[in-house]
Every structure is written in C-alpha cells, then in structure tokens.
Write a protein that binds this ligand. Structure first.
Ligand code: URA
Length: 213
C-alpha cells in the first residue's frame, strides 16, 4: 500500500479516498441459523405432531414476500410452504404476475401444521411470530402480500373480516403490505379470484413491474 501511495503522490494526487469493501451480506447465514432454530422449535404443542417445521421457500433477496397461514398436510410432508392444492393455485397466481416461485419469498405466520388443518390458535401465532419478524427483518422485502385472515390480521392490525380490508395498502415496519384472500378460500370461492388479481396488479405497480396482459 505504501508504494502505491508514494506513486500517486508522484503523480500529483494530494488526497485519495479509499472505498470500503462492502460488508459481506450475512443474510443467508442468519436465515440458515433461524431455519435450524425453527426446525427444532418446541415453543408450542404443535411440534409434537409435526413431521417437520416448514420455514420458507423462494428467493431470500426477493423484493416480494408472500405470507400465508400455516403448513397443511402436504407442506408438513415436504417441508415446503404452499405445495398442496392451495399452493398450486398460489404458484399459478405468481406465474400470472409474470414471475416464478423462485423470484419471490414464501413463508407462513405459523411454521408447524395444526392438526387436521384447523385454524392456528392465538397462542400458537404469538409463540411463532418472532420467527416471521426475523425473516422480514433479514429479507427486507419491498412489498409484503398477506394471504388470508391470520397473517393479514396480524400485519395490518385489522380486527374486522378480511373482505373489509383486502385490496387496501397498509404498512408494517415501513414496508407496504397488501392483504388479499387465501388461495384455499379461492378454491372454495373461485368467483372471487378476480379480486386477488386486482390486488396483485396493485402489487406489480408498487414494484414498478409490468402487468402482464
Ligand atoms: N396454506 C398456508 O397458509 N400455508 C401453506 O404453506 C399451505 C397452505
């Protein structure tokens, strides 16, 4: 280094500014550690009946994060979120947005399967939500889409039915949040799909992405 400094001095430079080497992104490492913690979690009784905890899928550098409810039977088996029937519909929606599953980050508010796919209990959400908060902190998405009333209710703080607040923008820790219907609800009520498409068009606009025809 000394030689270089002398060389620049000879060339007539009086001051030089050194660019700091960017700090290595520790996100992947921290996410791996968090996943390990989640996989070994025993904070609520759901761990007793799970095959495995389901952490996330997709791209940890994505600007877009989807948050669902809790793993179902197929997710519990495969260890990945949204891989059952509802998941296939979500994948279709992502494709309709001109994206792939690998372009987005997908997780749930509760990481273990509630037996018989019952609704997660408030105490299960309370115990599990710190994991989600850490994921959000590490991923730092530009936009969050909540799927259904549990993640929607938590991130928007709305206590009314999801029909009354889906499609409207909220903010969570400075991140825009778009609550929409859960894909399982759409399987039961296919006539509501266009609402979700409207919501996703808003999301694409917010991300400055082209809306496919
Ligand atoms: N429903 C969810 O909310 N999450 C999944 O991972 C699967 C179904």
């Amino acid at each position: 280094m000394q030689n270089w400094l002398e060389y620049f001095k000879i060339l007539g430079f009086e001051e030089i500014y050194l660019k700091k080497t960017p700090k290595k992104d520790q996100r992947i490492e921290k996410l791996k550690q968090l996943e390990k913690t989640v996989k070994n979690c025993t904070k609520c009784p759901l761990y007793k009946k799970r095959k495995q905890a389901v952490f996330a899928d997709g791209n940890p550098y994505s600007p877009l994060m989807f948050i669902g409810e809790a793993p179902g039977e197929e997710e519990d088996k495969q260890g990945l979120p949204f891989v059952g029937r509802a998941g296939q519909l979500l994948t279709k929606l992502i494709k309709k947005m001109g994206l792939e599953r690998e372009d987005v980050y997908i997780t749930n508010i509760v990481k273990c399967r509630p037996e018989n796919n019952r609704d997660p209990l408030p105490e299960e959400i309370e115990k599990c939500v710190p994991y989600l908060l850490e994921q959000i902190e590490l991923i730092k998405p530009k936009v969050i889409v909540t799927l259904g009333r549990f993640s929607g209710g938590y991130l928007t703080k709305m206590v009314v039915g999801i029909k009354q607040y889906r499609g409207k923008w909220f903010e969570f820790n400075g991140i825009p949040v778009m609550p929409t219907f859960h894909p399982s609800y759409l399987l039961r009520n296919p006539q509501e799909r266009w609402h979700v498409w409207d919501d996703m068009k808003e999301v694409l606009k917010k991300l400055n992405l082209k809306i496919p025809e």
